[in-house]
Ligand binder design. Structure first.
Ligand SMILES: NC(=O)c1ccc[n+]([C@@H]2O[C@H](COP(=O)([O-])OP(=O)(O)OC[C@H]3O[C@@H](n4cnc5c(N)ncnc54)[C@H](OP(=O)(O)O)[C@@H]3O)[C@@H](O)[C@H]2O)c1
Length: 304
């Protein structure tokens, strides 16, 4: 049976490189590019079809930071079947944040809660008795425990929204495994390393990165986390795709690594997570979900 793979953030950077690599790995997949901008999504699809003319690629319009957009997209996906889902959407390294249309902190909504709602909406598809499903999060080495607090899990008070949201996605992955493994759904976390994408060009202009590129290639002989290209950064995502999800460690973050000689490999590292914090956070997400569903008038039961 054809595997169906949904990739958020598929139109650029690591998400686009991941799509390219998935098509090269498995020509039998149906790839669904989940993007908020139709033009950019169509450009990505054309580029992918250029290198893989036979590929089966569909588009799905979704802004993962907007509750209504997620609910609409979920309705659309339910008509298809999704068994693998990669979350590579968003990432604000600037740590700048504000409240979005749903009254949520934007970074939290986009990096964590939007994907959580999407998973909840797709539960009937993802928890299918006859097969296992896989969720793969693109986290970061910037996921700091010190940036996250259960009392302010949206990080409305602090100045480290990005770090907090990435730590929150690590916690959520752990909690999802506890909740869903027995129903055939498995969640894993990756770190792409330092990659040159729109995200990094948002912190410092691209000419600066180009200028220091030779130095970064040299540093790669001493640290393996300077993956630098989106292709290399997608290594752990592609590696996880090829594994049996049941064999993976739910407490590990799978890091994409590149050696000084340019060889890619994956290194699992234990995450600094507490089971009780993950459970408490999961409960808070369920409460927030309930509140927001009441606000937009779509109940959990409507999804059953
Ligand atoms: N680059 C790094 O060094 C690095 C390091 C650690 C972790 N990461 C993580 O890697 C992931 C991918 O980032 P990247 O480096 O590849 O950056 P990127 O090139 O900027 O890609 C981000 C993608 O997310 C999409 N996106 C942003 N907001 C969205 C929204 N509200 N709804 C739907 N899609 C949205 C963007 O679409 P648009 O084109 O419409 O904006 C884009 O396709 C992020 O989660 C990031 O935190 C990156």
């Amino acid at each position: 049976m054809k595997r169906i793979v949904l990739v958020t953030g598929a139109n650029s950077g690591i998400g686009l490189a991941l799509c390219e690599r998935l098509l090269a790995t498995d020509s039998e997949i149906h790839l669904c590019l989940a993007c908020r901008n139709t033009q950019r999504a169509m450009a990505a699809r054309s580029a992918l079809l250029h290198s893989h003319p036979e590929a089966d690629i569909s588009l799905l319009k979704v802004d993962v930071g907007d509750m209504n957009s997620i609910l609409e997209a979920a309705k659309e996906i339910k008509k298809r079947k999704v068994v693998r889902m990669f979350a590579t959407g968003e990432g604000l390294l600037t740590q700048e944040d504000h409240v979005n249309v749903d009254g949520l902190q934007k970074v939290f909504a986009t990096n964590v809660f939007g994907h959580f709602i999407l998973i909840k909406e797709l539960e009937p598809l993802l928890c299918c008795p006859s097969m296992t499903s896989q969720l793969i999060w693109t986290s970061s080495s910037n996921a700091h425990k010190s940036a996250f607090s259960l009392d302010d899990y949206q990080h409305s008070q602090g100045t480290e929204s990005y770090s907090s949201s990435k730590y929150a996605s690590d916690l959520l992955s752990l909690a999802l495994n506890r909740q869903y493994n027995r129903r055939g759904l498995y969640s894993s976390v990756t770190c792409p390393g330092l990659v040159m994408t729109n995200l990094t060009y948002g912190i410092l202009p691209s000419f600066f990165w180009t200028l220091i590129m030779p130095i970064m290639f040299l540093i790669r002989f001493f640290t393996n986390s300077f993956t630098l290209t989106p292709y290399n950064g997608a290594e752990a995502l592609v590696w996880l795709y090829k594994q049996n999800p049941e064999s993976l460690d739910p407490r590990a973050k799978y890091h994409s690594c590149t050696s000084g000689r340019g060889n890619n490999y994956v290194k699992p590292k234990k995450m600094d997570l507490r089971e009780d914090t993950a459970e408490a956070f999961y409960k808070q997400l369920l409460e927030l979900e309930h509140k927001l569903r009441q606000k937009v008038g779509v109940t959990e039961e409507a999804n059953k």
